[in-house]
Design a protein around this ligand. Sequence first.
Ligand SMILES: [Zn+2]
Length: 111
Amino acid sequence: MSAEDGSKIKSAASILLKGGTLVSEQCPKCGGVQVRFGGKTTCINCGQESKEEKPAQAVAATDSAAAIERRISALAAELADEKDLAIQKQKADLLETYLRILEKMRSLSVR
Ligand SMILES: [Zn+2]
């Protein structure tokens, strides 16, 4: 992953913070979590963007949070086993992004 990809991840996260929604479909490229905003779907993981004809299914906030939590658990486990420092850094950054999103979602969700 290049520095450019890193900025894509940040922009995907910022889309969510601006009011984008998480979509239930995973990224076709990497299986990462995707966000949707202004008719565009962006992968948080790899930055892959797609414009779809039909609107992607937005999932309920609680389901999204659960999906993110699963993602965080999986990523934390991968991180523990990762030997390559560069990949560790990438995964740590991604983990941080997920945690920030989760935090944001929790602050927005009405219980
Ligand atoms: Zn992706």
